[in-house]
Design a binder for this molecule. Sequence first.
Ligand SMILES: Cc1cc2nc3c(=O)[nH]c(=O)nc-3n(C[C@H](O)[C@H](O)[C@H](O)COP(=O)(O)OP(=O)(O)OC[C@H]3O[C@@H](n4cnc5c(N)ncnc54)[C@H](O)[C@@H]3O)c2cc1C
Length: 507
Amino acid sequence: MGRYDFDVVFIGSGCGAAPAAGNLAQAGAKVCVLERGTWWGSLQGKQPYPEGLIELAKHLRGLGWSSPHIKKYININKKAGLLEAYIVNGYIILIPCGVGGASLVIGGFLDKPPRDIYDHYPKEITKEAMAKHFDNVAKVVEPAHAVKNTWYMDAIDKSCERIPGITAHPQDASIWWGSGPDKDEERVNAFGCRQKNNDYSGNELTGDNRGSKNSMDITYLQLVLKHGGEIRDLAEVTGIRKAKAGYLVDYTNLSNGSKQTLSAAKVVVGAGALNTCRLLFASRANTVDGLSKISDRLGYKWGFNGDRIGLKYVPNAKLEHGKNPCLFRYHEIASDKYEFDFHQFACSSSALTWLGPLNLLTGKIMPFLSLSREEPIGRIFPAGEVVDIYYPSQDCHRRANIAQKKIAMEVDAIGKPISEEERQRKLAKIERTGAWKGIGAVHPTGGCAMAEGIKEGVIDHKCEVFNYPGLYICDASIFPIAPCCGPHFFIMAHSDRMSKLMIANEK
Ligand SMILES: Cc1cc2nc3c(=O)[nH]c(=O)nc-3n(C[C@H](O)[C@H](O)[C@H](O)COP(=O)(O)OP(=O)(O)OC[C@H]3O[C@@H](n4cnc5c(N)ncnc54)[C@H](O)[C@@H]3O)c2cc1C
C-alpha cells in the first residue's frame, strides 16, 4: 500500500478506535491515530489530571451551546482540554478529550447488553458472536471489582435487599485494584506502563494520576507505538474526502495551527457519537470530493442510553466521598419482558470534596447514574458551529428516578432508622414521581447506526460505511439502539470484531 501515507488512519483514540488500532498495528498494518486532545497522567510523565475545581475548570476544552436562538461553540482550552461540555436544549452532555478518549475519565464500569438489544442489529451480530470479542477485550482491560467494602458500599447492599425487584451486584471495572486501598502498590502492566493500585479516592471521573485505570493510552495504544505506528495528538480532524483510491483526512495541528492532510487506504472514524456525527455532517456537505453519498439516515437513532443523572440528598448517611471508588455496585432492575430492565449505579466522587465549606452539603449528596432502556427515537442534526438534538423524555427516566429515590431513602434510613409506617409513607410518595428527563448525559449513542441496509442505517455489520468501501466507523455512534448498560465494553468488543474482519480480509 506504498501509495498512501498510511494503511489505516484512525480519527480519535478512544474506546472505539484504540482496540482496532492496536490490533491492526500488531498485525502489521501501518497505522496513524489522529487525536485532538493531549496525553494525560502524571505517572506516565504526561500532563497531570486536574485535581480541584479550579484546575478542572482550566481544563475545559470548550462549550457548545445550542438553543433555539443561539448556536455557538466557545473555545476555552483547545490544547489542554480534558472535557468538553455541550448544552443542547437544556441537556448537558459531557464529552472527553485526550489520547485514550473517554477511557481516561470513565468510572470504568464494564458490563454487557441484555439479549434483546441484539434484535436491533444485523443478523451477524448476536450475543454468541460477540462473546469472543468481549473475551479478547477483557484480557486487556482486566475487569475486576473493588476488594474492600466501605460503609457506603455495605449500605447500598442492605438497602437493595429491602427493595423488591432491585438487586445490587459488585461491579466489575477496568481498574487495577491491587490488594486494596490500605496498601500502596505499583506494577508495570503487560504493555510496559507504570500503574499504582486504585486508592479509593474516587478520582476516576476526572482521571487518576495513580494510573490505576486500564485505559486505552496505557494498553491498546501502546501496541500502536510498539509496532511502529504513529499517534499524533493535538490533531483535530476537520474533514474526510474521497480520493481516486482511498481517502484523504484533513486535520489541524493544534500545536502550531497548520493545516495538514493524510492519505490512507482505509479510515476509521472513532471521534465519539456527537463529534463523529458532526464530522460526517461536514464531510457530507462537501459536494466536490466529500462524502455526499452517505446514508440519509445519518443522525437517526440518536439517544443517551436512557441516562438519568440524579443527585439525592441523604442527610443521615456516611457517604465519605473521596474514600470510596467511584462506581462499586450496579443495581439491576428486574423485568418480566427482558433479561434485565436497566442498570444503574450510585457513585462516589472526589469532585464532591472540592467545594471547601460547601463540602458539608456535598458530603450528603448521593449521585446516581441510571442507564435505562430507551426507544431509539432521538435525532441529531447539524446546526451551525454545533448540533441540535431531538430527544423526548421517556418513561425510563421516570422509572430510573423512582429507583434512585428508593435506594437513597433506604440508605438514609440506615444512618437514621425510621418506623415502618414512615417508610411506607415515603415509598408511596416516591411512587407518585412524575416524568422528568434528567439533567445530563455521559453516554451519547447512535447517529451512525449499524444496519442491514442503507435505508435503515449508515454502516454494515463490519462497521463499513454504505457506499464507501474502506471507510469505517467504530464508536458510540454505531449503536442502532442504546445498549442499556455501560457502553464502553460493548464499543471495544465491536472494535475488536471490526479489526479482526479487516485483518482476515487482507490475508
Ligand atoms: C465521565 C464519564 C464517565 C463514564 N463512565 C463510564 C463507565 O463507567 N462505563 C462505561 O461503559 N462507559 C462510561 N462512559 C461512557 C464511555 O466512556 C463512552 O461511551 C465510550 O468511551 C465512547 O467511546 P467512543 O469511542 O465513542 O468515544 P471516546 O472514547 O470519547 O473517544 C473519542 C475520541 O475522539 C476524539 N475526537 C473527537 N473529535 C475529534 C476530531 N475532530 N479529531 C480528532 N479527534 C477527535 C476525542 O477527543 C476523544 O478522545 C463514561 C463517559 C464519561 C464522559
